[in-house]
Design a protein around this ligand. Structure first.
Ligand SMILES: C[S@@+](CC[C@H](N)C(=O)[O-])C[C@H]1O[C@@H](n2cnc3c(N)ncnc32)[C@H](O)[C@@H]1O
Length: 362
């Protein structure tokens, strides 16, 4: 649309050549986001909640207190991310020669909280060099889905195999999971009553144990929480009152409990592997017990909303990094997998915009 400022050509969002240029250069968006996280821009603007609009030079002076850096290049990144609603841009001078930036609600998700967490670790986790090497090979998941692009790009190693060998990747994965889990779990604990009848709860693939920590803190009737994950993961997990860390492989066994909680685990795996994990969960709980899984669940229709895009983009991430046939599934696909594992009842609960709570009853 021509806004009459004399410099806007007659382009519309429907212009196909414009749209394909935008798509072709889209990599600038996540990589610039990665840059602002690496530079710690969000914390430098936030400053205990002041969120005062700052110029790129002022931000740079906070990021690099001993001086140096290129404010013009920082401003280029901030402007571009402003158009994705990460920053607010405040144009002070009439000729737009001075621009200042503050954080939007999206930008605030990158601010480190009192526990040292934010979505920043998730951004960094996704852009480590081992993961980045897989992306030019996405087409190979179509040509030959027997091996993941990640595995092809990393000399035959799986993602979890490499996390297990590289402590810095293992640590970043745990911080990324914690940063995403905590705000989601606040919503679950406010909106879901399925923990009321549980005394012994197992979290399968519980990472550092944040979900379980929050559940047992809110539900003091839970006598024991078992945080179950790979041995190298639980070895790094912090001590949590009321929670026992157990290392193992969910494809072999799942520790016994009244109910099982599981967040963001099933998505990673193929249908056959999901059946195996769910049957091990089924064996681990008594009749009447529940498997409470929180997963990104695909809508059946396709549209351009943030929600659908975030879910579909995550689906391609899983295909590229974890399992070429691991996937985001629909509610009906989960219902069917639950049936195959022996569960007799199923309900989907929509509490959060990204994850759906899937309750399978034995
Ligand atoms: C995407 S993360 C989710 C972590 C956590 N549930 C959350 O949402 O914050 C998947 C978790 O599954 C764990 N995992 C992967 N393979 C596993 C296995 N074979 N047995 C047990 N846990 C496994 C990973 O170590 C990781 O912590």
């Amino acid at each position: 649309m021509n806004n009459g400022d004399g410099e806007t050509p007659p382009c519309t969002a429907a212009n196909s050549r414009l749209a394909i240029m935008e798509l072709a250069n889209m990599i600038s968006v996540p990589m610039s986001l990665n840059a602002v996280v690496r530079l710690n821009v969000a914390d430098s603007i936030w400053q205990n909640g002041s969120n005062t609009p700052l110029t790129a030079s002022e931000i740079l002076a906070r990021i690099l207190p001993s001086g140096g850096g290129d404010p013009e290049n920082l401003q280029r990144i901030l402007r571009m991310l402003t158009s994705y609603d990460v920053f607010n841009e405040h144009v002070i001078s009439p000729d737009a020669s001075e621009r200042r930036y503050s954080l939007t609600d999206i930008g605030k998700t990158l601010v480190t909280d009192e526990n040292g967490l934010s979505y920043g670790s998730y951004v960094l986790q996704h852009h480590q060099k081992e993961l980045m090497k897989a992306w030019p090979l996405v087409h190979e998941a179509v040509v030959d889905s027997s091996t993941e692009p990640f595995v092809k790009a990393n000399g035959g190693e799986t993602a979890y195999g490499i996390y297990g060998k590289k402590p810095e990747m293992n640590d970043l994965m745990q911080r990324a999971m914690s940063g995403v889990a905590v705000p989601f779990m606040k919503e679950v604990l406010d909106g879901y009553d399925g923990f009321n009848d549980v005394e012994r709860l197992v979290d399968v693939g519980g990472s550092a144990g944040d979900c379980l920590r929050m559940i047992v803190q809110k539900h003091s009737h839970i006598k024991e929480g078992i945080n179950f994950d790979l041995p190298e993961v639980v070895a790094k997990a912090p001590k949590i009152d009321g929670v026992t860390h157990v290392g193992g492989d969910m494809f072999n066994f799942v520790p016994k409990g009244d109910s099982i909680f599981m967040k963001w685990v099933l998505t990673t795996w193929t249908d056959e592997e999901v059946k195996q994990i769910m049957s091990n969960c089924f064996k681990a709980i008594p009749v009447g017990g529940k498997l409470i899984a929180c997963e990104p669940v695909l809508p059946s229709h396709t549209d351009d909303t943030h929600r659908t895009r975030a879910l579909l983009e995550g689906d391609i991430f899983v295909m590229t990094i974890y399992r070429a046939k691991g996937k985001h599934r629909t509610k009906e696909e989960y219902r069917e997998l639950g049936n195959l594992a022996g569960f007799t009842s199923f309900r989907a609960i929509y509490i959060d915009c990204f994850y759906t709570l899937l309750e399978f009853k034995k």
